[in-house]
Design a protein around this ligand. Structure first.
Ligand code: UD1
Length: 434
């Protein structure tokens, strides 16, 4: 298993380009299941979750070409012949978002067999809301041997009110509703930019969707969708991660290729604590900080502060004067990174869904373990400010969602290297078109 070795203390100086949003690219790839024609997606990040999705689609009979670099990080997916509409446990267990294929498969093939995702490092994460919604649309769903078996002649439009806001649940049902007969009205939907990006793609494919990005979405079902070309939005979580890394190392970093409008909650909170941030077009510049002030933070659905930035925020709170209470509202059990930060000298006490962080503490290098994707990112930031050489184990978690993070950080002056079986880590590209 690969590890990162990071020597802290260097200010980050220079320019970092943000990749396409993994959480927008995954549903976009699943959307290709809805049509027989090719779907071309640009700005696809070169990360492990994309490779897992490629395998998932290919196993069903889809033709998936992935090209990086000069090929504009482009994938072309053609689902003309879908031999077997199913997603195996082997793939679903490594990536919970695999359940995004459920809605499109039922809508396009009238049946689907998708493994239940099982447990997850950040809480139970059930998929009952996906299943209830698909049943409302007329699907018959059973669970057997760890798999969801679903069938429907043709889905019928319905009114769906989500009991709880769910991002992939909204996306799954949005895709299913595009090919349903009649109108679907979905309420209490996720308002994340990734949902709106998916709706943009689906509308380019011939769907009739209104209201994506708000809490009520209307979909008028159509009989078929066609191919389309679409550019994935920038990754707001990757951008936020680099903003905190730049600020905490006392550097001067220009983060380019962002959509600043998607970063309002993050930039607002960090500015309140004393981080100096300016934006110009698609660039966000962060230039060190003076004294940071402690501040409480609560994770919320978009447009609130994202749970996917909670771990990185916690590192910032360790460097602020005073006590910050971090409340995790979206997932239970999402504080595993805190225990590792404590091993690096942070003063953090967990009380249920709240973490009380007392700063400012000097962080010192230690051997630490990454427990999930965003936890890994927070440990990289902690290591960049720590005194000495930190070794982070299990960095395969970070490879799921951050494109070549060590190369991007090294280019702006970080002392970070990867050790392990594969040097340097690259996600295999099955077909590279220049
Ligand atoms: C997505 C993101 C993930 C992010 C999360 C919250 C992708 C691929 N992943 O995950 O990075 O952390 O949104 O912003 O986009 N829930 C249920 N029943 C369900 C579905 C969800 O109870 O059927 C609960 C979950 O346990 C959680 C909450 O709803 O407590 C929100 O989860 P959800 O928005 O569904 O997260 P994901 O879509 O899995």
């Amino acid at each position: 298993m690969d590890k990162f070795v990071i020597r802290g203390g260097n200010p980050l100086l220079g320019t970092i380009r943000v990749s396409g949003a993994k959480n927008a690219a995954l549903p976009a790839m699943a959307a290709a299941l809805l049509t027989e024609e090719p779907v071309i997606l640009e700005n696809i990040p070169q990360v492990q979750d994309i490779e897992t999705t490629r395998k998932l689609l290919a196993a069903m009979g889809a033709e998936v070409e992935l090209g990086y670099g000069r090929a504009h990080h482009r994938t072309t997916i053609c689902c003309r012949h879908l031999a077997s509409p199913q997603a195996s446990y082997e793939l679903v267990k490594t990536m919970r978002a695999s359940t995004l294929v459920l809605g499109p498969l039922i809508a396009r093939c009238g049946k689907a067999r998708v493994s239940l995702p099982g447990g997850c490092a950040i809480g139970a994460r059930p998929i009952d809301l996906h299943i209830n919604g698909l049943e409302k649309l007329g699907a018959t769903i059973t669970q057997e041997h760890g798999y969801i078996e679903a069938s429907a002649e043709r889905l019928r439009g319905a009114e769906i009110v989500f009991d709880k806001i769910t991002v992939t649940g909204t996306e799954d049902l949005l895709m299913a509703a595009t090919l349903a007969e009649g109108e679907t009205i979905m309420q209490n939907c996720a308002r994340e930019p990734e949902v709106a990006d998916l709706a943009d793609l689906l509308n380019k494919m011939g769907a009739q969707i209104e209201g994506a990005g708000s809490s009520t979405i209307r979909v008028r079902g159509v009989t078929s969708l066609h191919g389309a070309k679409h550019r994935i939005i920038p990754d707001r979580i990757e951008a936020g991660t680099f903003i905190i890394a730049g600020a905490l190392t006392g550097g001067d970093v220009n983060i380019v290729g962002c959509e600043p409008g998607h970063l309002d909650a993050i930039v607002g909170k960090l500015t309140e604590m004393g981080v100096k941030i300016a934006h110009n077009g698609d660039a966000v510049r962060v230039a060190g900080y003076g004294d940071l002030t402690a501040s409480d933070m609560v994770t919320e659905e978009y447009p609130g502060f994202p749970t996917d930035m909670q771990a990185q925020y916690m590192v910032l709170a360790t460097q602020a004067e005073g006590s910050s209470i971090v409340t995790e509202n979206i997932f239970e059990n999402r504080f595993m990174h805190a225990l590792e930060m404590v091993r690096m000298g942070a003063n953090i006490k967990i009380e249920g869904r709240r973490a009380i962080v007392r700063g400012k503490t000097t962080l010192s290098a230690a051997a630490v373990l990454a427990s999930d994707l965003r936890a890994s990112a927070s440990l990289v930031i902690a290591a960049l400010v720590a005194d000495g050489e930190t070794i982070i184990d299990r960095v395969y978690h970070i490879d799921r969602g951050y494109e070549h993070i060590e190369e991007k950080l090294r280019a702006v002056g970080a002392q970070i290297r990867r050790i392990g079986e594969m040097l340097p880590k690259r996600v295999a590209a099955p077909l590279v078109r220049a």
